[in-house]
Design a protein. Sequence first.
Length: 295
Amino acid sequence: MDNTSTNHDSNNQNLESILDSNQAYLLILERAKELVKRVIEIRGHKTPPFVLEEYAGLTHISRISEADLGKTSGLLLKMRSGYLIKVNQNHHAVRKRFSIAHEIGHILFNELKLERYIPSIEYRNSNLQGETKNRLKFREHLCDVVATELLMPEIIFGEYLNNFGLSVSSVGRLAQIFGVSIPSTALRIAEISQHPCIAVLWKDGSKYKPKTLRVDWSIGPGKTTSVLSSFSPITKQVDATSSIYKAYLDDGIIISHQSFKKGNIIKNCRVESQRFGYNENKYVISLAFPTNPSA
Ligand SMILES: [Zn+2]
């Protein structure tokens, strides 16, 4: 450690913090990509889905079992014989897969000793509890990055996306082929598509106002480390007259035009929306394509 790290101003501290977290991100992603490469070598083909047991042997996992974990999705235990992953038996199969992949993320995080790269996220937050929370949040985010790469390897997912076409109509098929949830698939498309794409999940907002949908999350275009660096619809709540709500009620894909915003930057987008799920678990996924991508 050099002494410059102890007496610089808060701007430098912030920059250093960003560099550190970015380094942690790159290291853990590289390790996840190595695992994918080795699994493909061992099995001799790259056809999805990627089975988590295939990664287990490469990451010192001795056992993956199911248990009633209440509200917890997954647990990682370090035993003498190796790691033990417990996954919530009450969750849907695709959610279990993501939870196990996320726990593998924790193994990689521990083995790469990434805690040291994250001296402090949010330097300006003097509240210690808040700081711990942000560090935990970032660690969880990195584990999700690993899970995403293990289940939907960038290059392979990209090839399938190119073949199927960049459209909300590809989401369902990709989710099925890769054995992941619809929202995870939409998010992955926004992350890696060659043409700028923003993914949005709209949920029933009737708890707040009858016959409305509200933005649950919005991500993209491209890889972003936080929702703050993503574009989101200017209109965060839509009513029954909107095209998004029409997608919620009908089958099929509804096309509309919406404006998206990040800070002061506004992008006008062509938006494709489709409903997924059933009954009270219905939601709408929109994929938005900027019509002025360079603006
Ligand atoms: Zn976790």
